[in-house]
Design a protein around this ligand. Structure first.
Ligand code: NDP
Length: 246
């Protein structure tokens, strides 16, 4: 096979950017999906010639089949899918509207199902591939005021296991990375405005610091590489020990 083809959703920023950049640096042709045209194109320009900007809103579920078909027609194979795009909102439980809940679940969960379904059809045709879903420690821990986010991330971990079991026979591996506190604009915004929470985060993390987007990129790459060829259906926390307690 010529060089691999990857899709990274939400690849214009944070964890997705670091992942897409790592793939590009390693010679993987990488489709970077983001909604914001300028940021996505700028990010791809920084990543170099292996990056392809794909401006697309993943909540437009009915357009996903044609997007995936186009990539497949152009490349002949899709080897890696990283379902990284995600949104969050902090709000007391009783104040969350149906629309807000739906918007988060739509972005964080339905789109993962819809894009994975189309990519899996292509991976089955070419003999396999690797899918990595980005979960969160909010999937395993009760965190306040993130009801829709937690619900979507817990569901992603269940989806990962169900997909892994069903798709192993086709050479398709499906794993999850569960980041802890990683320095990005999402966490910076939440923690900079809340010193108490910031101190709590640091004191509850055995390694005593936040991770970097590159720490996630390294783990995602591992899950897509030959080094993890006997690994499927797992959730790998990358969190400085946060999930084991302190
Ligand atoms: P960012 O906010 O930096 O990036 C989110 C990305 O998702 C952006 O590229 C954004 O593109 C894209 N995106 C959002 N909605 C859509 C949509 N409808 N269609 C297409 N693209 C979309 O987030 P992070 O890098 O911090 O987080 C990445 C993932 O990691 C998320 O799933 C998050 O839940 C998870 N995570 C992050 C943690 C952290 O500490 N940062 C901790 C645990 C989990 P655009 O801006 O163009 O809309």
């Amino acid at each position: 096979m010529d060089k691999k083809t990857a899709i990274v959703t939400g690849g214009n920023s944070g964890l997705g950017y670091a992942t897409a950049k790592k793939f590009c640096d390693l010679g993987i042709k990488t489709y970077v999906i983001g909604r914001t045209k300028e940021r996505t194109e700028e990010a791809c320009a920084e990543m170099g010639p292996n990056a392809v900007a794909l401006i697309f809103d993943l909540t437009k579920l009915d357009e996903i089949p044609q997007i995936i078909q186009k990539i497949y027609d152009d490349e002949g194979h899709i080897d890696i899918l990283v379902n990284n795009a995600g949104i969050n909102m902090k709000k007391p439980f009783t104040e969350v509207t149906d629309e807000e809940f739906e918007q988060i679940v739509h972005t964080n969960l339905f789109s993962v199902f819809a894009i994975s379904r189309e990519v899996v059809k292509k991976m089955k045709e070419t003999g396999g591939g690797s899918i990595v879903n980005i979960s969160s420690m909010a999937a395993q821990y009760g965190l306040p005021q993130v009801i829709a986010y937690s619900s979507s991330k817990t569901a992603i971990e269940g989806m990962t296991r169900a997909m892994a079991v069903e798709l192993a026979q086709f050479g398709i591996r499906v794993n999850c990375i569960a980041p802890g506190f990683i320095k990005t604009k999402m966490t910076a915004k939440a923690l900079d405005s809340d010193t108490d929470r910031k101190n709590k985060v640091f004191s509850r993390t055995p390694m005593g610091k936040m991770g970097l987007p590159e720490d996630i990129a390294d783990a995602v790459y591992f899950m897509c590489s030959e080094e993890s060829k006997f690994v499927t259906g797992t959730v790998l926390p990358i969190d400085g020990g946060n999930s084991i307690g302190f």
